[in-house]
Design a protein around this ligand. Structure first.
Ligand code: PLP
Ligand code: COI
Length: 336
């Protein structure tokens, strides 16, 4: 497959096929590859009306020796299980989840970007309620699908600092709502605030805690991390944010280079404690944030054009492990 690998953005490109399994009468069917990217759904399918739709996001990376690995798919399987519990859905087992992901990558091996291009294959496992429902109730049938598409950086310049806007007018999740689950509805709720941010010139928005609006929750696409001069790696503790697998991995790496990891509420008024701020996630990897606009206030972190030393080190270590350049001492890579 010949694509302009070095200039891929984060958008859908067609591939050879996706994987599908269906749940009915208490059992999952075997994963099969489908080449038609359209799926057939009943018009009354629960996912369309009542939003029983959850998803995951993970990447496959090609190493210099040509081998291809998934990054921590077991963690995504576990998070899909948690999201499914919240939305009363039947989740695939970890084995089925990982098997379907591997199959989707194997089927599309030539869409896994070559080593050295900085690109990767993005996997989107999706679980939807398919039963025709008109009274509000949970579906008893589900489809589990894994689609893939080759991607470059989510924010167009990759590891280059961007400015963020604190979104004070809208929340993406409620205090006891679905913020910890990766539901399609959370992203629907973030579209309008995201658009408002873009119109004001901000590629990324920062949501506040939905209860008081005083603390940092997370970015629309990623978790918040901040580095202090005292050698701390701080990230918000909140009941309404997604538990990021990238953040979890970076916490391990930060501890290994001597940082103290602090998971606690972070007041918006205290952002001046940080010398570096980043947005972290599978798609965003680490996107350095050089300024946060909060009402009339502007908090600045480091230079406009280069990321700070700590986030640069963490970024290089994480990507080094993912592309097989640094030994995977934690067993995070799963060969396909
Ligand atoms: N927060 C939100 C709202 C996200 O969409 C994502 C992306 O999945 C993350 C955080 C980061 O999670 P992860 O690192 O598991 O991709
Ligand atoms: C991911 O990083 O996998 C996500 O799901 C974020 C999405 C906004 C692209």
């Amino acid at each position: 497959m010949e694509l302009d690998w070095k200039n891929l953005g984060f958008q859908y490109l067609p591939t050879r096929g996706h994987v599908q399994c269906d749940f009915a009468n208490g059992v999952w069917s075997k994963p099969v590859v489908k080449s038609d990217p359209h799926i057939s759904l009943h018009i009354a399918a629960n996912a369309l009306h009542y939003g029983q739709a959850i998803f995951e996001g993970l990447k496959a990376f090609r190493a210099q020796d040509g081998t291809v690995s998934l990054f921590r798919p077991d963690r995504n399987a576990d998070r899909m299980r948690l999201s499914a519990e919240r939305l009363v859905m039947e989740a695939p087992s970890e084995d089925l989840f990982v098997e379907a992901c591997k199959l989707a990558v194997r089927e599309n091996l030539d869409f896994v970007p070559p080593y050295g291009t900085g690109a990767s294959l993005y996997l989107r496992p999706l679980l939807i309620g398919t039963e025709p429902t008109i009274g509000i109730k949970a579906s008893e049938t589900f489809s589990f699908l894994v689609m893939v598409t080759p991607v470059g950086p989510y924010y167009k310049d990759g590891f280059s600092p961007v400015e963020a806007l604190v979104m004070e007018d809208y929340d993406r999740a409620a205090p006891k709502g679905t913020g910890r689950a990766k539901t399609a509805g959370n992203y629907a709720a973030s579209l309008l605030p995201g658009l408002i941010g873009k119109k004001k010139g901000f590629p990324i928005i920062l949501f506040t805690d939905p209860k008081e609006g005083k603390y940092v929750d997370e970015f629309g696409t990623s978790n918040f991390i901040g580095i202090t001069p005292a050698g701390e790696y701080k990230t918000p503790e909140s009941g309404s944010i997604l538990q990021s697998i990238t953040n979890e991995s970076l916490q391990t790496l930060a501890e290994e280079i001597g940082f103290k990891v602090v998971r606690a509420p972070i007041a918006l008024d205290s952002l001046d404690q940080f010398t570096e701020v980043g947005a972290c996630g599978t798609a965003a990897v680490i996107t350095p944030i050089h300024a946060v606009h909060y009402g009339e206030k502007v908090f600045r972190f480091g230079g406009k054009s280069v990321a700070g030393v700590t986030l640069t080190k963490l970024y290089k270590t994480l990507q080094g492990i993912q592309y097989g350049e640094i030994p995977d001492t934690h067993g995070w890579l799963v060969k396909v």
